[in-house]
Design a protein around this ligand. Structure first.
Ligand code: GDD
Ligand code: MN
Length: 377
């Protein structure tokens, strides 16, 4: 049996045309099929339409999810309840071409994964807008650079896998965003893959759900697929935030120094106090910006949104940051002094910077752990 999963979000209009069309096609082709619509409680009540439809069409059923959201996890939910030996996925908006399904199924006789591709044989992007094309090319290229995959269209939302591919990798899948096919390819590196070309069609009703947020998720998901064994995604976000903090820190110093110098003070000690204040200002500004970015991005699942807890978190973040500075400073001092004492002849000019860089790395790693357990614990 062939189980076709249609993930949907606001596709009522499309399904009212497409479900009858698909059923007619499968019957004509003598394909033993079931269609599983997985709807995330769409405001346009797609689920309601399919529930009614399924009363008189026993090969169609709907899963309505009320808590979970997301294309990839919807696909997994559909596969988990599918009865077929071959599990297919397709857009519900008629952009994919069902007429290649018989060919895809016959390819599965000696393959494990068959992909409907826009970049092989008869395949094409059709009337897709040029900026979407560039994004699609970019996404594909990035995937190919980072992962050892053979597909020409690894972002395709149109594919069929053997049930066993799903069973063997279901526990390892990370169902974020749109790249569910990429997950199957990456988690089943030994499976035999082939592709069938098709022409991508224009959307008739409704609009795309592929937004900027989905793109960002995609890039991080790729990094996670490639490097997830070594570093966590959250740490990467934390480190990127830290790098942005360096720029904020220096800009803050520069702004404060310029502002203070405009007063042309002439009291004793101004030559050291004024620049010191500028350094402190830059530091605190970067602590603030790091805190805000980490709160709403790195640790977004634990974001502090109410003012009292936000402020209390900021206090904790300040303490951890100061501690981090001490760790950085002690690491630098220790390395520098040790080498100075034991290998006095090995003292290149860059040593102090290398020692400080190591200090920064150590402090970033310890700060990350501290913030994870204390600030956002
Ligand atoms: N259940 C559920 N939950 N379904 C969703 C969600 C969601 O959060 N987001 C999107 N969908 C459904 C849509 O309703 C549609 O049936 C299908 O998933 C694809 O979404 P589209 O919004 O139509 O995506 P697209 O056509 O712009 O993107 C195309 O290119 C992508 C990248 O190459 C599609 O072919 C995608 O499948 C493909 O990944
Ligand atoms: Mn689509």
């Amino acid at each position: 049996m062939f189980s076709l999963i249609l993930p949907t979000y606001n596709e009522r209009e499309n399904l009212s045309v497409y479900l009858p069309k698909l059923e007619e096609f499968f019957k004509k082709q003598k394909i033993d099929y079931e269609i599983i619509v997985v709807d995330d409680d769409s405001p346009d009540k797609t689920w309601e339409f399919v529930q009614k439809y399924s009363h008189s069409h026993s090969n169609v059923k709907v899963i309505r999810r009320v808590k979970e959201k997301g294309l990839s996890s919807a696909v997994i939910a559909g596969m988990a309840s599918a009865r077929g030996d071959f599990l297919g996925v397709m857009d519900a908006d008629m952009q994919h071409d069902e007429s290649i399904i018989p060919e895809m199924l016959s390819e599965l006789k000696d393959k494990e994964i068959v992909i409907g591709s826009r970049r092989v044989g008869e395949g094409s992007y059709g009337e897709m807008k040029w900026h979407r094309r560039i994004l699609s090319y970019g996404a594909t290229l990035l995937a190919k650079i980072l992962l050892p995959i053979a597909s020409t269209d690894p972002m395709s939302g149109f594919f069929i896998i053997r049930r066993q591919v799903f069973e063997e990798s279901k526990d390892a899948l990370n169902p974020l965003g749109f790249k569910i096919l990429l997950e199957f390819l990456a988690k089943n590196p030994k499976s035999k893959v082939t592709e069938v070309g098709y022409r991508f069609k224009k959307r008739e009703f409704g609009e795309t759900k592929l937004t900027g947020a989905v793109m960002q998720q995609y890039i991080f998901a790729l990094i996670d697929l490639r490097f997830g064994k070594f570093i966590s995604l959250q740490f990467l976000k934390y480190a990127l935030t830290g790098i942005s903090g360096i720029f904020v820190n220096l800009s803050g110093q520069w702004l404060a120094a310029n502002y203070l110098n405009s007063f042309q003070f002439n009291w004793v000690g101004k030559d050291i106090l004024v620049p010191s204040f500028a350094v402190a200002f830059g530091f605190e500004l970067s602590v603030l910006s790091n805190y805000v970015i980490n709160n709403f991005w790195t640790f977004s699942d634990k974001a502090k949104k109410r003012i009292p807890s936000f402020l209390f978190g900021f206090l904790k973040f300040n303490i951890v940051s100061l501690l981090g500075f001490l760790i950085q400073y002690s690491t630098w001092l220790f390395l520098f002094q040790t080498i100075h004492t034991f290998y006095p002849e090995f003292m290149p000019d860059t040593l102090t910077y290398v020692a400080n860089l190591i200090g920064i790395l150590v402090a970033t790693a310890t700060n990350y752990q501290l913030n994870r357990s204390i600030t956002w614990g």
